[in-house]
Design a protein. Structure first.
Length: 546
């Protein structure tokens, strides 16, 4: 198969790119599962942008810089924030059903020029100094995903492939071609027929999401195995800031409540975090209390759970009227009822869980990576927007803004259609067999996620990180040996990628000898001023570290 543009990933980033590309381009969009099964679909809170007359872009910029703990790229922050209103308008134009403020409708004529574009209901989340989070009830990601997918279905130039998981990128260096390294396609496993296919493309875009499945407890769906970051690393791209893995403070605690997030908007609308005796604890850790950035709230919960030997803490919004809760959080309320909790009447048990990958593949503000023809957008990318800690609801904004930026960059290029005119060998399975040792994959998958949770999660030490590094070195050798001898499956692809991700996180965490943002180590509990604005960059080609 041959395309002008190959987009690997069908979430908000990938779909917004597909919709903004020129209509004469032949485009393929791959999804490793069903087209909607990704982190976008499960995003609850919303998308941040300056939409209210009392808010300003400068305030949004400063809030983001503060949350990023001195590690944000201010140019990337300004670029994203100043494109915020444009992104919201584009989503509205495509039919995303954002929640409206019926009690206090705002129209453009009531507002200063250039501010209000809608009468949207805006909520507030951790780290934000104003209400600036547009949302579709408590299922914003689902609304964005399904709406954009409907628009893509209507495009005759876009081919959608579900159940296709990318195995590896194909580059000219890998094919031993002369000249600069360029991405010319990907090897892809068709999960329906178990065949590995070659897809050629002039441009390849990684929109594969994050890597939080590397941890035992996560809010992410099963597919969040860091595939794009691992593939880019193997193709020769630098990655940055992988030590900054964000833990969402509030996931529902129940043995059967797998990956069930309780949106930060619950705290934004007055929810309080409580100990079992009903006392609040967040004011002891930060003057912003429950609305402090996520790293502070997650660490505070972790501290209290360990100090008191608790299985969970509690989130209570039952002091709000039941009608208010039902109108703002209908899906969360219904989900909690399934596990025996009525959030209109009682506190619900919550624990932190791995949630968002703040680091990733290094890109510029056009989404370009170190390999020509290869772009990366969304959670898989490290644009400099998030720094050491992502501020709530900036992630969906980043997806839309950079999807448009990549589309603009591709439209400006003159090499469309040229790169794939290279002979690419088919995948050779002549020397492998079907595995009779599938237990190896299951065991290694579990072992990685468990030691990452125990040694490399919310609170770290050098000794724990060294133990984790020793384990991942041994496991990578074992997984690579298995990979060489047995036929490829989607579980093996994900395990191989998870091992790469774990190694990148551990190596990055060992290099950052300070506590900053999401990286907190007991051996270096304070920020080091010399490491402000200093990214942790790993280079697979030159083996350099910055």
């Amino acid at each position: 198969m041959k395309y002008d543009v190959l987009i690997i990933g069908s979430g908000a980033a990938g779909l917004s790119l597909a919709l903004n590309l020129e209509p004469h381009l032949n485009i393929a969009v791959l999804s490793k599962d069903t087209l909607t099964e990704g982190s976008t679909y499960y995003a609850q809170g919303g998308i941040s942008a300056v939409l209210d007359s009392t808010d300003t872009p400068e305030s949004h910029i400063q809030d983001t810089l503060n949350a990023g703990a001195g590690l944000c790229d201010e140019e990337a922050v300004r670029f994203t924030v100043h494109n915020g209103r444009k992104a919201i308008k584009w989503l509205l134009d495509n039919g995303v059903p954002f929640t409206r403020d019926e009690k206090n409708p705002l129209t453009a004529k009531d507002m200063p020029p250039g501010y209000a574009i809608t009468d949207l209901h805006l909520t507030r989340e951790g780290g934000h100094s104003h209400r600036r989070v547009a949302h579709a009830s408590d299922a914003t990601g689902r609304a964005i995903e399904t709406t954009l997918l409907e628009q893509v279905y209507a495009r005759s130039n876009v081919n959608l492939f579900s159940q296709h998981i990318a195995l590896d990128l194909i580059t000219t260096r890998q094919l031993r071609c002369k000249g600069a390294n360029r991405c010319v396609g990907a090897y892809v496993l068709n999960r329906d027929n178990h065949q590995i296919e070659v897809i050629k493309a002039s441009f390849v875009i990684l929109a594969t999401g994050g890597a939080s499945k590397v941890y035992l407890y996560t809010s992410n769906p099963d597919g969040a195995s860091g595939d794009g970051i691992a593939m880019a690393w193997r193709a020769g791209c630098r990655v940055a800031n992988m030590e900054f893995m964000q833990f969402h403070p509030t996931c529902l605690y129940h043995p059967h409540a797998k990956s069930h997030l309780i949106t930060e908007a619950v705290r934004g609308e007055g929810g309080k975090l409580l100990l079992p005796d009903g006392s609040r604890f967040m004011p002891n850790f930060d003057p912003r209390a429950e609305l402090a950035p996520r790293d502070i709230v997650a660490r505070a919960i972790d501290h209290e759970m360990k100090r008191l030997g608790l299985d969970s803490v509690f989130l209570d919004i039952s002091h709000q009227p039941a009608d208010f809760i039902l109108s703002h959080f209908p899906n969360i309320h219904q989900s909690c009822l399934q596990f025996g909790y009525d959030m209109t009447k009682e506190p619900i048990p919550v624990v932190p869980a791995a949630h968002y990958t703040c680091g990733g593949v290094m890109t510029d503000l056009r989404g370009r990576t170190d390999v020509d023809g290869l772009y990366c957008i969304g959670e898989a990318a490290c644009t400099g927007l998030h720094g050491a800690n992502r501020m709530a609801s900036n992630s969906l904004l980043e997806c839309i803004v950079f999807g448009y930026a990549v589309a603009e960059d591709i439209a400006s290029r003159q090499d469309i259609g040229r790169a794939p005119d290279i002979d690419i060998p088919v995948w050779d399975e002549s020397r492998v067999t079907d595995s009779d040792e599938q237990v190896v994959i299951a065991h290694n998958w579990d072992e990685i996620r468990r030691f990452m949770w125990d040694y490399v999660s919310i609170v770290r030490t050098t000794k724990r990180l060294q133990r984790a590094k020793h384990r991942i070195d041994l496991l990578q050798q074992e997984i690579q040996e298995y990979y060489k001898n047995f036929r490829i499956t989607n579980h093996l692809i994900e395990l191989r990628n998870l091992a790469v991700i774990a190694d990148l996180i551990i190596r990055s965490a060992l290099l950052r000898r300070e506590s900053r943002g999401l990286h907190y180590t007991l051996d270096y509990p304070q920020p080091n001023p010399e490491m402000a604005q200093r990214n942790t960059v790993l280079d697979p080609v030159h083996h350099n570290v910055w």
